[in-house]
Design a protein around this ligand. Structure first.
Ligand code: KIV
Length: 338
């Protein structure tokens, strides 16, 4: 994850520029009980085509279901549902919690910890694939990692990131990319970086039955264009831009929106204004929930973690000690024992 390189606090109040970029939403699947605020009619959002709630519910209660781990927030009676409605309806009830995973074992660990949803982020590029940014991550790589996470059998909603460039070429290509993430990868929903520029396409995806998680603020896929990672909504103009983008995403039917590295006051105000939950990363405590990159949380990401991350374990250090002991034991004849 990017380092927070800027911390200038914005004292600006942010007001929405418009709630109706395109004069409202026309195409939308059946209503599902979402409750956007602010007087906008609540159009229905479809459930993912790949969801099989009853099959998943059975798995959750299977006899060999994993035990609740010490320190886990997971309830013995797991109330989570792998649906976008479940995420949407948590808004205002309790903070939503999400983490990333990129392979089967970590998917199981993260799910068993009790997260509400799990993201196969294109952060896989920097956390696992040795890239400097997320830009080189391909659709094939995202499908590969999403399928691995699905095989880990997580018991919560599984969202997959749409990688760089896939939203830019044509709507057909975008739908095909989402189809692959859902049909080949087993994702329940997709995440797209961007605001009003891609809102029309998101509306089409939602109408097609593809649930979409939005992403505003710092968009890591634009790092080459913006010249580095930084905090967003530092002044009134930028805060208004973010509001306009987030409102466009709400109107397009996003079930929730990630807000990355927004000034905290702006993020808190935006969370109050929006109908869908605002899931913050480096955007303060005023959001409706939090998401972090799991290897950052566990100190497994190479390099210093972003300033907003609280490390909950130092697994790189533990692994390094264990591996060193093994090498020493083999060389000195302590392993294997005779
Ligand atoms: O790729 C990713 O992990 C993300 C999170 C930072 C939200 O987009």
């Amino acid at each position: 994850m990017p380092e927070d390189r800027e911390s200038k606090d914005s004292k600006q109040s942010s007001k929405p520029r418009s709630r109706s970029r395109r004069g409202g939403v026309q195409r939308r699947a059946k209503t599902d009980g979402g409750k956007p605020k602010g007087g906008t009619e609540s159009p229905g959002k479809p459930e993912p085509k790949s969801e099989k709630p009853s099959a998943r519910a059975d798995k959750r209660h299977r006899p060999n279901s994993p035990k609740v781990r010490k320190g886990s927030a997971r309830l013995p009676e797991d109330e989570r549902k792998p649906t976008v409605n479940y995420i949407r309806e948590l808004k205002g009830k309790r903070p939503i919690v999400a983490l990333t995973a990129y392979d089967a074992p970590m998917a199981k660990l993260v799910s068993d910890a009790g997260v509400d949803f799990l993201l196969v982020g294109d952060s896989v590029g920097t956390t696992h694939l040795g890239f400097e940014t997320t830009i080189p991550v391909t659709l094939d790589a995202m499908v590969h990692h999403t399928a691995a996470v699905r095989r880990g059998n997580p018991e919560c909603l599984l969202v997959a990131d749409l990688p760089f460039g896939e939203a830019s070429l044509s709507l057909d290509r975008l739908i095909e990319a989402c189809r692959r993430l859902m049909q080949e990868g087993g994702a329940d929903a997709v995440k797209l970086e961007g605001g009003r520029d891609i809102a029309d396409d998101i509306e089409r995806l939602v109408a097609t039955g593809i649930p979409v998680l939005g992403h505003v603020g710092l968009l890591p896929q634009t790092v080459k264009a913006i010249g580095g990672y930084r905090k967003f909504a530092n002044d009134r103009e930028e805060a208004e831009e973010i509001f306009t983008d987030a409102i466009a995403l709400e109107e397009a039917g996003c079930f929730a929106i990630v807000a990355e590295m927004l000034q905290e006051k702006v993020a808190a105000e935006l969370a109050k204004h929006l109908g869908p939950p605002l899931i913050g990363i480096g955007s303060g405590a005023g959001c409706d929930g939090q998401i972090l990159v799991t290897p950052d949380l566990l100190s497994l990401t190479p390099g210093p973690p972003p300033s907003f991350v609280k490390p909950y374990a130092d697994l790189a250090h533990e692994a390094s000690k264990a591996l060193g002991r093994f090498v020493g034991d083999v060389r000195s004849g302590r392993y294997p024992t005779k």
